[in-house]
Design a protein around this ligand. Sequence first.
Ligand SMILES: [Zn+2]
Ligand SMILES: [Zn+2]
Length: 508
Amino acid sequence: MEKEPRHWVEILSDRIVAEKEEPYIITSGITTSGSLHVGTLCEFLFSSAIEKYLKEKGYRTEFHFIADIYDAFDAVPINLGKYEKELTPHLGKPLCNVPDPAGCHESYGEHFFSEAIDVMKILEVSPKLERANQLYTEGRFDSFARFFLRNHEEAKRIVSESSLKQELPAEWNALMPVCQNCGRIATTIVTEFDENSYSYKDVKDVKYTKGCGYEGENKLSDHKYKLTWRLHWPSWMEVFRTSVEGAGVDHHTRGGSWDTVLAVYKQLFEKEPPIGYKFGFILLRGKKYSKSKGIGLGVTDILELIPPELIKYSLFRPGIEENKDIDPTGYNLMKLFDDYMYASKVDMSSKELSKADRKKAIAFSLSTGKMQWKASFADLLMYKQLYGSWGKVGELLKDPEGVQYLKPYVEKWIAEEFAPEEYSFSFQPTKQADMKPIKEFAARLKDGMNALDIHNLVFEFSKEKGIRPEEFFIQLYRALLNKDKGPRMGKLIEAVGVSKVRETIEGM
Ligand SMILES: [Zn+2]
Ligand SMILES: [Zn+2]
């Protein structure tokens, strides 16, 4: 299973160092067309992990994150349905020219970029932020636009071939002009051009909107255009002199836009392209809960349920091209907490270090600088159910700061009813029909016994009495919790207190 001994970040960094020159420039970006979805996290988390790794190795790096606020607004997102009437007239305009429905930012595009920035802060990702509309306004794409216009036929052929489209429409052009009359960018076509200026008509029907029919003329220096996506992407990588950039598998399919990047670099720019890597999708297992519980597990929900370092760990641990599961439900989250705790303790210098452990340790180091808690998640949950007060939980687990840190996540998790059935209980001593074996067992509980001692005692005792251990466990749970199951019995009795359990049972 674990054939490759190295973590993906090591493999990628080695390649960057071998093929590129310092400073290593990492770029990535998103179109801010609505609220972040979980998949968008990949766009900045992987780049940020690569940067962190290279930096820690002592290399100079830069990480630019580009918001494509100049892209066309092509749909009113479902969650903005109440603004549909106000937003619909703006369909087809660049996102930076669509009003912010919430009214708090300069534009619609800025509003959602700002949401993304907030999420990056929580995840401790701090790239240099760039805005495509600004880059165009500053003329940073002009030389590329001029170049593509000068080499129009060549550019058209390369886009067509690399995208596996036999023939592009006759009106295809590298430029998408912004209509001076109505402001749309999605519906214009270039009719005539030379290196420095162009005429256009706003006549296209793009299903979600239509051009206004205006005919106009612009100079490149007016900066009222954007490059078509397949040329915009390689150009931005030239603007920033990108060493490495990742993208989702959809861009990396045959005929996908990464193929155009490679073709543009090789045949038009006549340069070595940046290193590209692809990442898999994020699957949200918790999604199945969204309908029945009325919670849509969006990025905000995930951030409230899972600490940031754990989200990063779960994305950095598997192979980068694999699809990843984020699953905040039941034992899956508890397992993730356990695995994370384990990873934090792996000794990288050990001679017996396994491949899997090595990858865990690297994923851990990419996820955080410091472990924020010591207590196990299962203990924390159990003590919380038993004692109610977080202060008491912190004190008993000897980890007040860690407990404080995890408190909001656990509370949210319990409130969303994600805790497994076994962990939903309270200490409820309940008299059983046959108390004899239970009392005999309790009499053998000695002060100072730990969870494992108690666990072993249950097995020894049932064996001695000829009771099936599973059955005896049920009897004990019924006597202590008035339920058929609960957390590990040894842990539970230790948490309640050996003497308290003994005395309680003796008194029944
Ligand atoms: Zn706003
Ligand atoms: Zn127009």
